[in-house]
Write a protein that binds this ligand. Structure first.
Ligand code: GDP
Ligand code: IMO
Ligand code: MG
Length: 428
């Protein structure tokens, strides 16, 4: 048995939550392996909408176990709010939700530091979601962090107070900002009771034993590959490895245990926060993509920047992830366009290339475009790939041939059922 992976190939928000929720019945365990509540994964079914930040997107299926893996950073306050929404919706999770003891905790002072650091950067800010992600991973790699398992240790409060004190000293180097530390701390400490009541496990044993027992596992990525700490548009990235390699460290499995890698891309491209975006549109087409795609961040509500699909960028992230199949989402958003474009090459300082340069941030990128005639018709009610308009199939076939990976899923609307599957995807 192997662990299949589903992750974003762009700058996040590709529709991972929707597709994981759709595929979940094919698996026994759904596991988040990195990131934290900077993620916002939207699921829409039976006329209800849910946005998950920490909990895996298999939670609404009744049979599946869901693991928050050790590579994730957890804010007990956000987790508690998510759990309340599940209870309000009548979803029973107690038996099916597991939290890795080795996952790190986001403290209120991590969020305080995130906000102060961003404020101090001014124009150069990363555009962080301000969920404390960067400072928490800094403490993890700096070997100062606190882990979920620590909440059961007798010296927990001593360690908490000492880390908090360190953070307060660090805050002295930044200009003062507003932050209700006392209220946030009270809320945080209360939320720990809820975390203690969950099933805390050694995630690496849980996953490896499940594999031994022939269970099927789907690893759910957060963010996107262009936000990867090593290979993204540094420094405008998040603080974890968002690519397939992160599944091994984030769940404790060997590389040979990776099965299918499903890469998700929108039929166009978006980015929220600062940083380079070669195919970004500042014209009417960009506005139409934003409006038709309802492009507002699921976590922060910020407007997302929009542009056409970027094929050199996708080729790069397909290479980094070892993608074996593609899911294309939001194809319906292109319904209104007479002409659709895709960037096939970059002109970088006069040189034509398909490769991403060392530092996209410091270069003028002039994309070379290929144009496609739009289909200008609704995709509602289409259940089979072959029933898509011919022009849509031409567009998709061209993406496949350029990228060299088969498109096995096409999403045509936000709702669970609006997904066309071409072949079975589970590798097990
Ligand atoms: P994630 O972070 O990758 O899970 O994606 P988000 O939930 O942040 O953003 C994707 C947005 O697009 C959400 O509002 C989804 O409801 C919506 N969505 C997903 N798939 C489709 C689709 O095929 N068509 C349309 N129109 N919306 C979609
Ligand atoms: P999902 O899982 C889109 C972006 C932020 C910012 C940068 C760093 O929903 O696809 P951070 O809070 O991690 O320090 O922010 O990364 N970012 C995301 N953009 N979707 C996400 O998650 C994101 N998580 C972080 O906007 O530019
Ligand atoms: Mg999102």
């Amino acid at each position: 048995m192997a662990v299949d992976v589903l992750l974003g190939l762009q700058w996040g928000d590709e529709g991972k939550g929707k597709v994981v929720d759709f595929l979940a019945p094919d698996y026994d365990i759904i596991a988040r392996f990195q990131g934290g509540p900077n993620a916002g994964h939207t699921l829409i079914f039976d006329g209800q909408k849910f946005v998950l930040h920490t909990i895996p997107s298999g939670i609404f299926r009744t049979e599946q176990k869901n693991l928050i893996g050790n590579g994730v950073v957890i804010d007990p306050i956000t987790l508690s709010a998510e759990l309340k929404k599940l209870r309000d919706a009548g979803v029973s999770y107690q038996e099916r939700l597991f939290v890795a003891r080795k996952a790190h905790l986001i403290l209120p002072t991590h969020r305080y530091l995130d906000a102060a650091s961003e404020a101090a950067k001014g124009q150069l800010k990363i555009g962080s979601t301000l969920r404390g992600i960067g400072p928490t991973y800094m403490d993890k790699t700096g070997r100062n962090g606190m882990r979920v398992g620590d909440i059961l240790q007798p010296d927990f409060m001593d360690r908490y107070n000492s880390l908090r004190q360190k953070h307060l000293s660090l805050l002295d180097i930044y200009p003062a900002i507003d932050f209700e530390l006392e209220a946030e701390e009270e809320n945080w400490l209360n939320s720990l009771d809820e975390l203690r009541s969950l099933q805390l496990v050694d995630g690496e044993y849980m996953i490896n034993q499940a594999l031994e027992n022939g269970q099927r596992i789907l690893a759910e990525g957060a963010q996107g590959s262009m936000l990867d700490i090593d290979y993204g548009t540094y420094p405008y990235v998040t603080s974890s490895n968002t690519i397939t390699a992160g599944v091994c460290t984030g769940l404790g499995i060997a590389p040979g245990k990776i099965g299918e890698v499903i890469g998700i891309t929108k039929a166009y491209c978006t980015r929220v926060g600062s940083g380079p975006f070669p195919t970004e549109l500042h014209d009417d087409d960009g506005k139409r993509l934003a409006k038709e795609g309802n492009e507002f961040g699921a976590t922060t509500g910020r407007p997302r920047r929009c542009g056409w699909i970027d094929l050199p960028q996708l080729k790069y992230t397909i290479m980094l992830n070892g993608v074996t199949q593609l899911a294309v989402t939001k194809l319906d958003v292109l319904n209104i366009f007479e002409t659709i474009k895709a960037a096939t090459h970059y002109n970088l300082d006069g040189v034509k290339t398909q490769d991403l340069p060392y530092d996209l941030c410091s270069m003028e990128v002039d994309p070379e475009w290929k144009s496609y005639a739009g289909w200008e018709t609704s995709l509602d009610g289409i259940a089979l790939f072959d029933d898509l308009p011919e022009r849509a199939r031409t567009y998709l076939a061209d993406l496949e041939s350029y990228l060299g990976v088969p498109i096995t899923m096409v999403s045509t609307g936000p709702e669970r059922e609006k997904l066309i599957q071409r072949t079975t995807v589970a590798s097990n």
